[in-house]
Design a protein around this ligand. Structure first.
Ligand code: C5P
Length: 400
């Protein structure tokens, strides 16, 4: 049973396609999954709690409170689920999800869920192509959610176009693929070292030189490598991100020098090195012992070059497959290729600040990968998916 033991939380919103959910629940249960259904108040116009609970073998909730006066915990359901599927997802529910308009059990549960979220939109064709729907779907995608696109066909309105919720078989296949991909342990036995986040270079006890890197790309890479069975050593500068994978050893450092020292504690044992950190190029020559007072009209801080961690990794490379990042604002491709050579890398990932949604802070990224002989450009995607693309490419190179 391909979904054995998987916990699937289905949120049904008020669209005519809700009737299809019965078939999907039956298939999930047949394949060994546990299913919990919740619904928006409007969904009750289309399907009944009774039919859904009969098929899912669990009570179905639409409200925070049950008729017997008990509380339906959105937090518990959100944390219970391995995945959440919102199907059918109406324009209204989609909009509430991406804007945090938390006025129902479904949205509160969605906002409490830490698991991957799948969205199967269903609406009339004009609503589906409306800029607000498009924007909301893009936003959902940028949160790392998986969109199962609506299909083309006859709609409840009688019109023909795109907007029909994907068929239960298509939704089932997308979810099975997700769980199967999860178990594709392609990096078992490999150790992957990843640098992430910015570095902070102290000026005095309270100030530093830093940059806007969030660490998201590096943490997504660590999570993805861990899913694939790798042992991950994640060395991060100051970042609010948390690592989710089980086999990730996370070391938090502050400055470039600390990052360098930590990298070289492990470097010899590593199969793949990925430098996604935005390391400060320069650090103050002297760190003032006391907080610098604002006395003079101007203040000069002398900076000295920081170690180039990746370049040092390249120089000392014995067997490691080395991946660098390049964030460029001009002559992007040329500069990336020069870095590939100069730092003795096997692969470089270029993200250009010119691409909207790419680079620092964003949840999305748009990359182009170069090796000495190949190049490949990717679309704008969530950083989780970009991490998967990067590791697919690394694995492909290692297989050669
Ligand atoms: O030379 P540049 O800073 O543009 O190169 C970017 C790549 O080098 C990134 O992979 C970054 O993590 C790495 N790097 C590093 N140490 C530095 C500067 C950059 O590891 N001091």
């Amino acid at each position: 049973m391909s979904l054995s033991g998987k916990k699937i939380l289905i949120a049904v919103s008020g669209g005519i396609a809700a009737y299809k959910i019965h078939f999907l629940i039956r298939d999930f249960i047949k394949k060994g999954a546990e299913v919990q259904v919740i619904m928006t108040p409007d969904a009750e116009h289309f399907v009944t709690k009774l039919s859904l609970s009969t098929l899912s073998k669990k009570p179905v909730y639409a409200d925070f409170y049950s008729d017997n006066g008990t509380w339906n915990s959105h937090v518990e359901m959100g944390l219970w689920a391995d995945i959440m599927l919102v199907a059918p997802c109406t324009a209204n529910t989609l909009s509430k999800m991406v804007h945090g308009m938390c006025d129902s059990l479904v949205i509160a549960t969605y906002m409490s869920a830490k698991c991957p979220v799948f969205i199967a939109p269903a609406m009339d064709l004009d609503m589906y192509v409306h800029p607000s729907t498009k924007k909301n779907l893009e936003l959902a995608e940028s949160f790392g959610h998986y969109i199962i696109p609506a299909e083309h066909g006859e709609l409840a309105s009688g019109l023909i176009g795109q907007g029909r919720m994907a068929e239960p078989d298509t939704i089932l296949a997308a979810i099975e693929d997700f769980f199967n991909a999860d178990t594709k342990k392609t990096l078992v036995g490999k150790t992957v070292l990843i640098t992430a986040g910015p570095t902070y270079e102290a000026i005095d006890p309270v100030r530093f030189i830093g940059n806007h890197s969030s660490g998201k790309m590096g943490f997504s890479l660590a999570d993805e490598a861990s899913k694939r069975g790798a042992k991950v050593i994640l060395i991060s500068g100051p970042s609010a991100e948390i690592a989710h994978g089980e086999n990730i050893d996370l070391y938090r450092v502050t400055s470039a020098k600390e990052m360098l020292a930590k990298v070289f504690e492990f470097y010899e044992t590593v199969d793949i090195g990925i430098a996604s950190a935005a390391v400060a190029d320069y650090a103050p020559k002297q760190v003032a012992k006391e907080k610098i007072k604002k006395n003079d009209e101007s203040l000069t801080i002398e900076l000295v070059k920081n170690p180039d961690i990746l370049r040092t990794m390249g120089e000392q490379k014995t067997h490691q497959f080395l991946v660098g990042f390049a964030l460029e604002t001009q002559n992007e491709e040329e500069n990336a290729k020069v870095k590939l050579e100069k730092k003795n890398l096997d692969m470089i990932v270029l993200n250009s600040l010119r691409d909207e949604g790419a680079g620092f802070k964003n949840d999305t990224n748009k990359i182009k990968i170069f090796t000495k002989t190949e190049e490949k450009e990717f679309d704008l995607k969530s950083k989780d998916k970009v991490a998967a693309d990067i590791l697919d490419f690394v694995e492909f190179q290692l297989l050669k």
